[in-house]
Write a protein that binds this ligand. Structure first.
Ligand code: DAK
Length: 256
């Protein structure tokens, strides 16, 4: 892992902090590589990982976008490759086997808003701001924003936000369904922990398969209903399901 991302592991929850506060945590090549490395391999060294929080270093920003100063020399070919690698990285996050929560502690713009959208749940501080301002730079979102924003907020609102490039408040983001919660900044991490407190008492295989089945709805190469019923059958035969059902019948807490 390079020094643009710090990682803290506590009680089987990993907190990844994108740590370039002087550049408002803008995503340069090192940040993207660091995320890709951790979500493809790095996580394997964590014992019984049950959740991941992604947040931004400093007081002002989650991530203020891709590093604009870093993509001035890109050609059509290298730009497309950068976009492809970013999309691949965000797919790793979206399809990760344990819940990933974006703790949005400030500006979440462009690639930063796209990063938050790739996470399973978004919790933001009241002063957070969201937007996809790429058209102001003569670009379009390149890390999945044109695809995930309509999934979350519907086509009409996505069109408006992407075509105008406007920023919206955390309160507005909750209203349109872009994020789950807008809360006091001091409570950001404890809110994430309280969500994990609920998910981690559930069957880990079931939680992971629920992520897979929900994501199948949005995957054009996949029949989500087929994924759901085949996964349902598979889980029925799992030790986890046997324990969950026995615990219910025996009126005790399941031990997964
Ligand atoms: N990249 C690089 N540096 C950034 C940055 C960014 N995205 N955002 C902020 N910074 C830097 C500023 O340049 C400034 O650096 P110094 O001048 O101090 O050296 C420092 O962070 C503090 O920023 P400000 O002084 O501007 O702070 P303010 O509070 O006044 O303003 C702001 C905060 C967030 C409103 C403002 O910084 C701002 O508008 N930032 C840019 C937001 C933005 O447009 N982000 C990019 C969105 S587009 C691609 C794939 C994906 C993308 C692009 C290409 N390819 C595949 C090629 C995605 C693009 C985007 O993310």
């Amino acid at each position: 892992m390079n020094d643009t991302i710090t990682i803290e592991i506590k009680e089987h929850i990993a907190t990844l902090t994108i740590d370039r506060p002087k550049a408002l945590n803008a995503i340069n090549a090192d940040v993207m590589q660091g995320l890709n490395d951790w979500f493809s391999e790095g996580y394997k060294s964590v014992d019984k990982l049950r959740g991941v929080i992604i947040t931004g270093g400093g007081e002002k920003a989650f991530v203020a976008g891709a590093d604009i100063k870093g993509f001035t020399n890109l050609t059509a070919e290298s730009g497309s490759e950068v976009s492809r690698f970013g999309q691949e990285t965000y797919f790793l996050i979206e399809n990760f086997h344990v819940p990933v929560i974006a703790a949005v502690n400030g500006f979440a713009l462009g690639g930063g808003c796209e990063l938050a959208m790739a996470c399973h749940i978004r919790v933001a501080s009241m002063d957070a701001k969201f937007g996809l301002p790429e058209v102001s730079l003569g670009l379009i979102p390149g890390y999945g924003g044109t695809q995930r924003l309509p999934q979350l907020v519907g086509k009409a609102k996505a069109m408006e936000l992407i075509l105008t490039g406007q920023m919206i408040s955390a309160e507005e983001a909750v209203k349109i369904g872009l994020i789950n919660y807008a809360i006091d900044k001091d409570e950001l991490i404890s809110k994430c922990q309280s969500i994990f407190k609920k998910t981690r008492t559930k069957g880990p295989l079931a939680v992971s398969k629920a992520i897979e089945a929900i994501n199948a709805y949005y995957d054009k190469s996949n029949d989500g209903f087929e994924t759901e019923h085949s996964t349902f059958g598979l889980l029925l035969e799992s030790d986890e399901c046997k324990e969950g059902v026995s615990a219910f019948i025996e009126k005790r807490k399941a031990e997964f």
